[in-house]
Design a protein around this ligand. Structure first.
Ligand SMILES: Nc1ncnc2c1ncn2[C@@H]1O[C@H](COP(=O)(O)OP(=O)(O)OP(=O)(O)O)[C@@H](O)[C@H]1O
Length: 230
């Protein structure tokens, strides 16, 4: 049986006192690529924040990468985060150091100590995103697409079971978006990493079709489900 990486059942998601999403039942398996779509303000970010422990799960049950969201507390959140890779549209590299040093900074911040292992890991993730020879470059010397690749490399540092990508192609031209999509699909396929990607970009979705979760009127509709509106 396929291994489940995300499993939400009868979940309600709140922002403060406001109920944003209800009856959320989602299962994402290992290595699966899933889009998260929906109009602005319908709850995509709230759903992602629930998955990475930024919004506490108050109702329903949720497991992410083996962590029980109902039993999360501030001590456990960093462990959950380490088993996830989060990619943002507007991630900023530290401008005063090169790509390699940026990645090393993240490794150290997440508890890595051995220099040799850190070097190996950095080379490994740069290889995965096709930037092996660009580690010495300063952020201002990189194109938008290259910076997005570095962000994906950063997300892969701790060998995540799940990558959450929030509008990763939002600021990119169509050709560069294509490259990033190919990379994200390759990561899902080659490393069996699940990817959930929030996007408004239907051009990208049409070119790279995959299962879709759609937030609408307080619910999440699943294109893989028979009751879906697709
Ligand atoms: N920190 C917050 N406090 C209170 N309400 C919030 C907060 N963040 C978001 N909301 C509200 O929750 C609802 C869902 O917002 P959310 O950011 O999850 O939507 P979204 O689908 O991700 O939108 P976008 O596509 O614009 O990012 C909106 O009504 C928003 O106003």
């Amino acid at each position: 049986m396929a291994e489940s990486i995300v499993s939400l059942s009868d979940v309600k998601i709140f922002q403060g006192e406001n109920l944003i999403l209800q009856d959320v039942n989602i299962n994402v398996n290992k290595g699966e690529f899933v889009y998260l779509v929906g109009k602005t303000g319908t709850g995509k970010s709230s759903l992602l924040k629930t998955l990475y422990g930024d919004l506490p799960l108050k109702e329903g049950n949720g497991m992410v990468a083996g962590y029980n969201l109902r039993q999360m507390n501030w001590k456990k959140v960093p462990f959950l985060r380490r088993s996830l890779g989060v990619v943002f549209q507007d991630f900023q590299l530290l401008t005063d150091r090169n790509v390699h040093e940026n990645l090393k900074f993240v490794l150290k911040a997440t508890g890595w100590k051995d220099n040799k292992l850190m070097e190996e890991k950095i080379n490994d993730v740069l290889d995965k995103v096709g930037l092996r020879s660009k580690g010495f470059k300063m952020p201002f010397e990189m194109s938008g697409g290259e910076q997005q690749r570095v962000d994906i490399a950063r997300a892969l540092l701790n060998s995540p079971k799940l990558v959450l990508a929030d509008e990763p192609t939002g600021n990119l031209d169509p050709e560069t978006s294509d490259e990033i999509m190919q990379l994200l699909f390759q990561i899902a396929k080659d490393f069996n990493t699940s990817v959930i990607m929030a996007t408004h970009d239907y051009i990208v979705i049409n070119r790279y079709p995959a299962r879709m979760l759609k937030t609408e009127r307080g619910h999440v509709y699943d294109s893989a489900s028979v009751t879906s509106t697709y």
